[in-house]
Design a protein around this ligand. Sequence first.
Ligand code: SIN
Ligand code: CO
Length: 380
Amino acid sequence: MNSEFDAADFLQHDWQQRPRVIRQLFPGFTDAIAPEELAGLACEEYVESRLIRERETGRWSLQHGPFSESDFTRLPNAGWTVLVQAVDQWVPEVAAIRQQFAFIPQWRIEDVMVSYAADGGGVGPHYDYYDVFLLQGSGQRRWRVGPRVAPETPLINQDGVGILPDFTSVEEFILNPGDALYVPPQFAHWGTSLGASTCYSIGFRAPSVADMLEGYSDDLIAASPADQRYVDSTPQRPRQPGRLDADDLTATFAELQRRFADPTRFQRWFGGYCTRPKYPELREPLEVPLQRDALLQALSGPATLQHNAGSRFIYQSLVDSLVLFVDGEAHDLPAESEMAVALLCVATTTATIGADKLSDHPELSDCIVNLVNQGSLLLV
Ligand code: SIN
Ligand code: CO
């Protein structure tokens, strides 16, 4: 990433506030995945992919993958784009792009979607609910950016493609390889390829309140045995047998509030929620489980630990403990291991963690042995 990019200034003036072009955010950027390899991923059954075409001006259509090779050979020279979701889960070089955005907490990043568009191709005018950096790979794209849309602005569903009907462009930019356009949530935008080009969308996550309510409630429900039940607040003869008195609910409502308003419980739940793997099947347990001594011995040699590309690692420092979350599961660790855990959370395929950091922390090394054995960490 360009060392002249001033992340503090960006966070203060642009992030979540206004679109911004950052010229040469990645100087000398070349594609982290070849178009043929991207097309290959779009043919895989377990990868999420889409093909969007503008069949005639303003008439869009969508096809979901997996595709076959002939779907691509039959395409015209212009007016289409193929988009592959979460390429970072499959391609370490694309995962390495995600790691560059370390000026924003890692858990906020959802995935890196990659699109390859023929001349004139794009997904049409629209808006998204999340922040996104649109990083230009090979070729050029014209981006038109509109204002922030009004709340609940509908997108018209055109054969599965969400199109913003009254798109007005406020700014227009042509991106070259290594340039990036940052678009905050709910700002209208529309990219059109000038010749063939690729785009890497580093998309951030903004869970909906409805999803969080559902997930957190499920967690609370799991911790609420059937014998914990309604109790009368002030048992007394009712004024009317047919009346539900607000007083009858006072104690129950207070109990529900008490359960809900537990910040530590919420933080723990959220840690698991935001590290749940998108593709759990990407994790392959070791056939022959490793023991702690063997791990330490391997790490004192040339071996290193790397994240399984599909596994998410974050940690939280809670009131009296340190919790490492991997693939939706919580691992309680001693507070003193924070520096090593922090390093482990960013030990991607490019950064690594060595044995010297681990031998001081037996609980952490046991935890790492489990993570290696279940396939969340790879010893390479
Ligand atoms: C694209 O890669 O063309 C679509 C990205 C977006 O507009 O969000
Ligand atoms: Co978009």
